[in-house]
Design a protein around this ligand. Structure first.
Ligand code: SF4
Length: 280
């Protein structure tokens, strides 16, 4: 918010020149090139009981997708990733791999350096999203079951996609104008450059069988009782949008905002130079 008080604290718009905005909000970790990815994939031992896969919360068959990259089969690698985790493209950008799969990688033992699993996952999924070609997955025969999914963040999107693949019809309710939840409104721009969150949403919906209703907030526009009466099942993926309060008895400091609201504003801005920011 650009107010006289915040300006007095040195918070104002147009703080940077346009070139600096372009640099500061570009991709923080450029993707691997093809030669880099092929060399990195060859570092994998394709462990039988792969500890990296055990450490992956989404159960991706990591040695399998890395082996496919080594064979220059990026589509096959993307399939191995996305069939376990349909949001594997975004996870490749934001997942804390250094404390999950990469921390468990046996290459740490003899080289002190894990296989770059996150970067390889991004390499494969980026290649797929750049040229998707024929659909990776087909819907099963329609079951006649209808499911309401409330919340179109990562959980709701993954649920909707999984249900649609199994032949169920889904109505996806979302309070905000765009789908994606945290991916669209809560992640820093330099982690999700080039509008990747919406590209991923488009791909998830392309499976078919998912009707989207935005501007629908539970408790305001729809109720749980009405959904339970109208659908065979209801999934609530409402997210964790609350921000921790400091809990100190101090007057509100001038120019203080919670980071989640600021990032949401930043992510939706079409002109970053209009956003008021501080000196640091
Ligand atoms: S633990 Fe490391 S070397 Fe073993 S399969 Fe996983 S990525 Fe490859």
């Amino acid at each position: 918010m650009d107010t006289p008080a915040s300006r007095a604290c040195g918070i104002h718009a147009a703080r940077l020149n346009l070139a600096d905005y372009a640099v500061n909000f570009s991709d923080a970790h450029p993707p691997l090139t093809r030669p880099q990815a092929l060399i990195e994939a060859e570092r994998c031992y394709y462990c039988h009981d792969a500890p990296c896969a055990t450490a992956c919360p989404t159960g991706i068959d990591i040695p399998s997708f890395i082996h496919r990259i080594a064979q220059d089969n990026n589509r096959g690698a993307a399939r191995a990733i996305l069939e376990a985790n349909p949001l594997g493209g975004m996870c490749a950008r934001v997942c804390p791999t250094e404390v999950l799969c990469e921390q468990a990688c046996v290459r740490n033992t003899n080289e002190d350096k894990p296989v770059e699993i996150g970067s390889l996952q991004r390499y494969a999924t980026d290649a797929f999203f750049a040229q998707p070609g024929a659909p990776l997955f087909q819907r099963a025969a329609v079951t006649g079951k209808r499911v309401a999914v409330v919340g179109a963040g990562p959980a709701g999107l993954a649920c909707a996609h999984g249900l649609a693949v199994r032949g169920h019809d889904v109505v996806l309710f979302e309070a905000r104008p765009k789908l994606g939840g945290l991916n669209e409104y809560g992640l820093a721009s330099y982690k999700t450059a080039h509008n990747f969150a919406q590209k991923e949403v488009e791909w998830l919906l392309s499976i078919g069988g998912i009707e989207v209703r935005t501007g629908q907030q539970l408790g305001r526009d729809i109720t749980l009782d009405s959904l339970l009466g109208a659908y065979d099942a209801v999934f609530l993926g409402l997210g964790l949008q609350g921000v921790n309060a400091l809990g100190v008895a101090e007057p509100t400091a001038t120019g203080l905002r919670n980071a989640v609201d600021f990032i949401a504003e930043l992510r939706q801005s079409t002109d970053l130079s209009t956003l008021p920011v501080g000196r640091r």
